[in-house]
Design a protein. Structure first.
Lengths: 245, 367
């Protein structure tokens, strides 16, 4: 089942083509990696899929809804964890979960019923009354993921979710993504870490607003004769004309 | 509704977990009131004065005694001749000089008019006028006590009665003005900062991706500040009434209704600022310079609207604080009813509706 379908999706800011002719499909339960150097257009593409930006042209459906006309319905079916830390640091983990549960229209009983399981999964029973601001970075990231998937979205968009987190915490974070995938939650992930790209089922590499490669990590490595995703990425990103910093 | 409820709860938690801001919001009105009603008062006390007594009569001496005993005046000394008098002003020894011409005192015969010359330092015109008024009142009082002013032929005596505020206490006009300022500060500044903070922290992005509607975000942000504002209204009213003795002559319900409309107007302006400003600093400056300054200078709080130059007077029409303060003075101090202030009520309601619609429209649901 396809949960994301885009065909020739473009976004122009004035004459600048931030994203051009984006075409791909993502199926249910897939972990889809979305790579690209800074300025390649990753964030713009993701925002169009989340209903935050209206595309200039092309077609797109997310969770079965049209990106032009049904952005409100899309918003209800997805979860989102942003590049910047996206929790309220002056609230506790439980309060953050409650808040977003409420925002996504979950009932009080439903929230209560799911809360215990989530807190247990985070191994946060002892710290559930702590303000999120006082938790270690790695734990915050996990809490943010738990919050963004609390309302059982079909797709969760993760915009550089592990930026600034140590390797062990990152590893644990990816375990959470796999668990979610087993439950049928589709993950759409952008990342700068090439080892993480290896964890994805399929990876697309964006260069100058266009998709230059789209396949599983193994296929990509074969195609480019590379031993790691890092090499594949360099081979493509070096040809970039803009915004490589 | 559930969505709104959980969002409002979050806003309350933000305020409660930031005790410093909460304390500031409660203390600010009290500090402001203390400063404005005591320090920035237009009443004058201890005016240093000298006397040049060329009459040396019983009357002149009695009058000087009376002035020396008055808290408004402070006796500096006696000068001999115009040269010394001028010198005293030059050296800054006095702000007022009283000159009794030869022949002052005794019975005003042949329909003569008793003359006292008063010299006043008018470098501050308001203060000068007030000083002259005080002195005149003292002299009249003295003459009346001596029976002279009642003499036929001593001219027309105008008797001025100060309505609503017989002691001319500046706190009477300052308390309504203070309400106008404090509510503006809390509703406009604090709410705009509360919204912009989410933009800065990045949480706004998460809210925009969520199915929350802009109006829900705006309403939920506003409600806790409405409550804080109402607490402040109560604080100011009770304190000004009990501690400073400012009366509440009009209908309390009408007073609160006005406060509410004004609160909503300020909130809507705050929201408008937050839809435009990207950083907390910008929001603060926009609210501070764009709202507080007009609220202080163009609202009639410090300078009467009637005496403003034409262009500023026109400009004052778009300052919500002007209408609020005007109405509050009418209701609170004069005790007038709705029939006297319905115009201000309509204007404020109109402004409130306008800014609310604009800010909801401008609140971008997309980036």
């Amino acid at each position: 089942m396809k949960v994301i379908e885009v065909h020739n999706l473009c976004k122009y800011f004035g004459r600048f083509g931030a994203v051009r002719n984006l075409s791909f499909e993502v199926v249910k339960g897939e972990i889809f990696g979305f790579l690209g150097a800074n300025g390649a257009g990753k964030t713009t593409a993701m925002r169009m899929l989340c209903g935050l930006l209206t595309p200039t042209s092309g077609k797109g459906r997310v969770a079965g809804f049209d990106v032009y006309r049904e952005s409100e319905k899309i918003k209800r079916s997805i979860g989102y964890m942003s590049q910047k830390f996206s929790l309220y640091e002056d609230l506790t983990t439980a309060e953050n979960l409650e808040l977003f549960g409420g925002i996504y229209g979950m009932g009080r009983k439903e929230i209560k019923a799911k809360m215990a399981g989530v807190i247990e999964g985070l191994e946060l029973e002892a710290g559930k009354a702590l303000l999120v601001g006082s938790l270690p970075e790695g734990v915050k990231q996990k809490v943010a993921f738990a919050v963004s998937t609390f309302h059982s979205p079909e797709i969760v968009f993760l915009d550089e979710p592990t930026a600034g987190v140590d390797p062990i915490a990152r590893r644990k974070f990816w375990e959470m993504i796999y668990e979610a995938a087993n439950r049928g939650v589709t993950s759409f992930v952008t990342t700068h870490y090439m080892d993480e790209a290896e964890y994805c089922n399929r990876v697309s590499i964006l260069v100058d607003g266009e998709v230059r490669a789209l396949a599983s990590p193994r296929e990509l490595k074969q195609k480019f004769g590379a031993s790691s995703m890092q090499e594949v990425f360099f081979a493509l990103a070096q040809k970039a004309k803009r915004g490589v910093s | 509704m559930r969505t709104l409820g959980s969002f409002i709860k979050k806003e309350f938690l933000h305020i409660l977990r930031d005790p410093l801001s909460l304390l500031m919001m409660c203390l600010f009105p009290l500090v402001q009131m203390a400063v404005l009603s005591y320090a920035v008062s237009t009443e004058i006390k201890h005016i240093p004065f000298v006397v040049m007594d060329e009459a040396q009569s019983a009357d002149s001496r009695a009058l000087v005694e009376k002035l020396r005993g008055n808290a408004y005046f402070e006796w500096v000394g006696e000068v001999k001749g115009p040269g010394e008098l001028e010198g005293a002003f030059r050296k800054g020894l006095c702000a007022m000089g009283v000159v009794f011409p030869p022949g002052f005192g005794g019975e005003p015969l042949r329909g003569d008019v008793l003359e006292v010359q008063v010299l006043v330092d008018a470098s501050d015109p308001n203060q000068a006028a007030a000083m002259a008024n005080y002195l005149q009142a003292e002299v009249m009082d003295h003459l009346r006590a001596g029976g002279q002013a009642k003499e036929p032929g001593s001219g027309i005596v105008t008797e001025v009665k100060m309505l609503y505020n017989p002691q001319l206490l500046s706190s009477f006009s300052i308390v309504p003005g203070l309400q106008g300022m404090v509510l503006l500060l809390i509703c406009a500044t604090m709410t705009s900062i509360a919204v912009v903070r989410e933009k800065e922290l990045g949480t706004m992005e998460v809210l925009l991706v969520s199915p929350l509607r802009p109006r829900v975000i705006i309403i939920a942000k506003a409600i806790p500040y409405v409550l804080v504002s109402l607490v402040d209204v109560a604080l100011i009213l009770v304190l000004s009434n009990v501690a400073i003795g400012v009366p509440i002559r009009g209908n309390l319900a009408l007073l609160l209704a006005f406060s509410l409309v004004y609160i909503f107007t300020s909130l809507s302006i705050g929201m408008l600022i937050s839809t435009i400003a990207e950083t907390q600093q910008t929001a603060m400056i926009a609210a501070g310079v764009g709202l507080m300054l007009p609220a202080i200078l163009l609202s009639g709080l410090v300078f009467p609207v009637e005496s403003m130059p034409g262009a500023l007077r026109v400009l004052s029409h778009v300052v919500p604080a002007r209408w609020f303060i005007e109405a509050l003075r009418d209701v609170m101090i004069k005790g007038l009813g709705f029939e006297a202030v319905w115009r201000q009520f309509l204007i404020l309601s109109g402004m409130c509706a306008f800014f609310t619609v604009v800010s909801i429209k401008k609140f971008k649901n997309k980036l």
